[in-house]
Design a protein around this ligand. Structure first.
Ligand code: ATP
Length: 514
């Protein structure tokens, strides 16, 4: 199956197997770009969050955790720049009335040119024996006609965004002859700025109420608590504060399932460092975060680093870790060197000092910050996209059938092991329950006794369960079970007394991280 075909299949698979449901879907169309995680989805999401948390907090002596509230003082968002600058440029097609982000329309156009240039370069590389992604391949791609067009448009877009030139964005859309995918016309409105924050009110009466925002990122909860955390945890620079939690953005265009949601979850870590040392910490986290994704089983060829051409108002360096989703390479995680922008702004607007006393230098200063910020839902989608496969396998009768399998990393999969008694009688269910009762203390284990064993294996493959344990009549005599591995479908006989250890070592977090 072609990778680009995975996306629609994945969306129905998620619904059918209880991974993800559209929010409020019993009402017409549900709530767009808001999703609920079902029984399997919540297990997998918790696993990803825990793996991140353990890697960031449990294993790092100088990173501590925080759980700040979603609602914050309105001045926070003034200080951070979100009230004035958290805007996206939007444009409408007058014929279809469909709304787009102007910058994304151009980025999609650029990405198509690159795809074309890549295809040409692949053909040439096959002929010349060049390595894909190697020097010659990359040069050919850049210098191909389509590659040149892409680079020119990239440079223009970066300059326009940097200058905040909305009229220029519209001109570029026209110059590139970009048309609406619905109407097929280039009948565009002017480009306008749209603030992405959700507003709400606090207080019982309208007169006394004050305007609040649902946080558009979790980071600011960390900045305003910087001194509280530093003092109570007695950390010395460099040190980090990690947090996971919900963030809200009133996204203009949200058409890609859980890739772009209006309510989503972030996992962020702000690393506070001595001014002047930010570059080395930035380099460290850039490579560390990439390694982390590899360790969790994301294929290296599905990830790439993309340095920002246009830096946000607060940053002196920034890179995206992009994942190759079925609809193209897109941002999965951002690593940003945020300078002392946030702490300085909060110090300025609150009138409270947010400085660190450096005992070695015997002076106070505002630390610099390097941030790592990954969307939990996007990480979830990345893992599912890579894992989803349909493949032909032989049946017991020597015929063949198609199985849908989620090749998820065993620590990411929602359920680690399924216990399957071959029949519902002769003492097999009792033994199966005993095995289950032992394993469930250590991992997510489930019991399944419905349907023929082959169908049960297929069901577990579709859920992504890495191990199945089958209990048959021999198990009563030899005190052993059949352990089936999802990806290879290989089976081995294993004594019940060794089963737990065997599974635990296959699920070892230590092994994963070292
Ligand atoms: P994009 O350019 O895709 O809008 P961004 O650069 O605005 O993303 P950041 O502000 O850097 O994103 O947020 C950090 C991370 O949070 C992103 O890398 C992404 O994984 C996640 N994220 C941001 N917006 C959304 C969203 N609307 N839905 C799901 N995840 C999101």
């Amino acid at each position: 199956m072609d990778y680009t075909e995975v996306f629609p299949k994945l969306i129905s698979h998620c619904k059918e197997h209880g991974y993800i449901f559209q929010s409020s879907e019993i009402y017409e169309n549900g709530l767009p770009a808001v999703y609920d995680y079902g029984p399997l989805g919540v297990l997998m999401k918790n696993n990803l969050r825990n793996l991140w948390w353990k890697s960031m907090v449990q294993l790092q002596p100088n990173i501590v955790g925080l759980d700040a509230a979603i609602l914050m003082h309105p001045q926070v968002w003034k200080a951070s720049g979100h009230v004035d600058a958290f805007n996206d440029p939007l444009i409408d097609n007058k014929d279809s009335k469909k709304r787009y982000r102007a910058d994304q329309l151009i980025e999609d156009w650029i990405s198509k040119r690159w795809d074309k240039a890549r295809k040409d370069a692949d053909k040439k590389a096959a002929k010349e024996g060049w390595e894909t992604g190697g020097e010659e391949h990359t040069q050919f791609m850049r210098n191909a006609r389509e590659g040149q067009k892409a680079r020119e448009a990239e440079a223009k877009l970066a300059a326009l965004l940097q200058a905040g030139d909305l009229a220029g964005l519209k001109e570029l859309i026209e110059e590139l002859e970009i048309v609406c995918e619905v109407s097929g016309t280039a009948n565009w409105t002017e480009v306008r700025q749209f603030n992405l924050m959700f507003k709400t009110q606090m207080g019982a009466t309208t007169e006394g109420a004050s305007d609040l925002y649902l946080r558009p990122e979790t980071a600011q909860g960390i900045f305003v608590n910087f001194l509280n955390v530093q003092k109570t945890s007695r950390q010395k620079l460099p040190f980090g504060i990690a947090q996971t939690g919900k963030a809200f953005r009133n996204e203009i265009v949200a058409r890609q399932f859980i890739f772009r949601m209006r309510e989503f979850e972030q996992m962020e870590m702000q690393f506070f460092v001595k001014p002047g040392t930010q570059q080395e910490h930035y380099e460290y986290w850039r490579s560390e975060r990439l390694k982390w994704h590899h360790r969790l089983g994301i294929r290296p060829d599905r990830l790439r680093l993309h340095d920002h051409d246009k830096l946000a108002h607060y940053a002196d360096a920034a890179v995206d870790i992009e994942f190759h989703f079925p609809f193209g390479f897109r941002e999965l995680e951002g690593i940003h060197s945020r300078t002392d922008f946030d702490l300085s702004r909060h110090q300025e607007l609150s009138g409270k000092k947010l400085q660190y006393f450096d005992p070695e230098e015997n002076r106070n200063y505002i630390p610099y910050v390097v941030e790592t910020s990954v969307g939990l839902d996007r990480l979830f989608l990345a893992h599912l996209s890579q894992a989803y496969q349909e493949e032909e396998v032989p049946t017991a009768k020597g015929e063949s059938e198609v199985r849908t399998v989620l090749r998820l990393h065993p620590l990411v999969a929602p359920v680690q092991v399924a216990i399957l008694p071959l029949v519902k009688k002769d003492g097999l269910p009792e033994l199966a329950q005993e095995v289950l009762n032992d394993l469930r203390w250590f991992m997510q284990a489930e019991y399944d006794d419905k349907d023929a064993i082959g169908r049960r294996y297929r069901r577990q493959d579709a859920k992504g369960t890495p191990f199945c344990v089958t209990i048959d009549h021999d198990s009563l005599q030899d005190e052993a079970v059949t352990l089936r591995e999802r990806d290879s479908m290989q089976q081995q006989r294993i004594p019940i007394r060794l089963l737990r250890n065997h599974l635990q070592s296959a699920l070892s977090f230590k092994q994963l991280m070292s």
